[in-house]
Design a protein around this ligand. Structure first.
Ligand SMILES: [Zn+2]
Length: 424
């Protein structure tokens, strides 16, 4: 009994310390940090644009520094006085993907970026780091000294979007706050948007492992009207005055649907607690796109809109990589075979112990043959991450490879790890 009491007090102390540490350094408010990423295939730079204060912080005060190291970039908050790391978050961007396309060898481009941070109570440094694709090391791109009392921190009232809580209690500190944002819905189509979001939410909570963790989620539908219905389709000469400017044909791939101007999304979401964002585009054309801790974009009216949603959320929320390699993409050498990619569900075998080595059945053949005997087995199947050779996937058929499958056990574990990060 005595040991039990000591154990309880010790845990209590640890929890108090975690809370005290968040409250010592941060307010229950959000710092929206806006910046540019500019450059080409060879190099890039990050340039500060503005800081915005918004009320409420949707993140978990116990999870300021994640135990995993995902994303092509990292944003960190450090105490100005002693350099102590106070907050860290990995993310990827559409711009980094563009840097692997042929166009990036020819021209320079710039892109609008937003990351959300807990609002500091005192002077801090905000660092943005890029991951070197050849070494996987993080290098400093931008160091910004941030004074929370600076008069130029923007404090405008939130954008007047209509927000409907469709699932959950609304308590944000220990929940995944999933926001659906309406794109290409006209003012008459608000009910259609709410019904589309409900359908996708029902699908999410029917799907493993989300069906086991419904109580960990808040789902909000964020509506603001577009002048025209649907997204741009440049390949067909179709241009729409939609709220967020979403577009098919990204990098010349017809099904790749993205929102190039992320600030338009974050403007609409000002004041809405959002850990993960799904831009729901009002169209029956097939397509989508999901980028880790950036934005996920999908479709409302295609027969596969539910599958697209689950797949893109796999990228945007859980940092999963694509397990397919057959479809054409515009990337050149997206992954270096000399280093281990950061995504939890693909491997180059450079550092496989960081991945699913602990889930591999003893004595399994490597590469694992694509045969009926192995189609329900975790293994090392060659092909994934857009290439047929040198990158391995954990399961023959997974939702990150094909829309017809469930998430494989390795992806299920990665999704549950992310849910825990937000909820515990
Ligand atoms: Zn998988």
């Amino acid at each position: 009994m005595r040991n039990f009491i000591i154990f309880i007090s010790f845990c209590g102390l640890l929890m108090q310390e975690a809370f005290a540490s968040f409250d010592d350094h941060f307010e229950n408010a959000t710092l929206r940090f806006d910046f540019f990423l500019s450059g080409n295939k060879v190099s890039q730079q990050a340039i500060f644009e503005k800081a915005i204060r918004q009320e409420g912080w949707s993140g978990n005060p116990n999870s300021c520094i994640p135990s995993f190291d995902y994303g092509e970039y990292c944003i960190q908050v450090r105490n100005e006085k002693d350099d102590q790391l106070l907050f860290s978050k990995g993310f990827s961007t559409l711009f980094q993907e563009w840097r692997t396309t042929p166009e990036a060898s020819l021209i320079q481009k710039t892109s609008l970026q937003t990351q959300l941070l807990p609002f500091p109570k005192h002077a801090v440094r905000i660092d943005i780091l890029e991951r070197n694709p050849q070494t996987q090391q993080l290098n400093l791109l931008l160091r910004y000294p941030f004074d929370p009392h600076d008069q130029f921190v923007v404090k405008e009232a939130p954008f007047p979007a209509s927000v409907t809580l469709l699932h959950g209690t609304g308590e944000t500190a220990h929940a995944v706050d999933l926001s659906f944002v309406a794109e290409g819905y006209t003012i008459e189509e608000k009910d259609k948007f709410l019904s589309d979001v409900s359908r996708l939410t029902d699908c999410l909570f029917r799907t493993s492992p989300y069906n086991m963790h419904k109580e960990c989620f808040n789902v909000r539908a964020v509506f603001s009207p577009s002048l025209d219905q649907g997204p741009d389709i440049p390949g067909s000469g179709i241009w729409k005055r939609s709220l967020l400017g979403s577009t098919f044909d990204t990098f010349g791939t017809d099904r790749y649907l993205t929102v190039p101007d992320a600030w338009r999304v974050w403007d609409v979401l000002s004041g809405v607690p959002s850990d993960v964002v799904y831009v729901l585009t009002n169209t029956d054309k097939y397509g989508g796109g999901g980028i880790y801790n950036f934005l996920s974009v999908g479709i409302s009216d295609h027969a596969q809109s539910e599958s697209v949603f689950l797949h893109e959320l796999g990228h945007g929320f859980a940092g999963l990589g694509d397990e397919y390699y057959e479809s054409s993409v515009s990337y050149e050498e997206f992954y270096s075979l000399k280093v281990e990619p950061w995504e939890p569900n693909i491997t180059t075998l450079v550092d496989f112990n960081r991945k699913w080595a602990d889930m591999l059945p003893a004595g399994i053949q490597i590469p694992t043959p694509v045969e009926a005997a192995y189609n329900q087995t975790v293994g090392l199947f060659e092909g994934g991450g857009y290439v047929a050779k040198g990158i391995f996937r954990p399961y023959d058929q997974c939702r990150m490879r094909s829309n017809k499958s469930d998430f494989c056990p390795v992806c299920v574990r990665a999704i549950e790890k992310m849910i825990k990060y937000y909820c515990e």
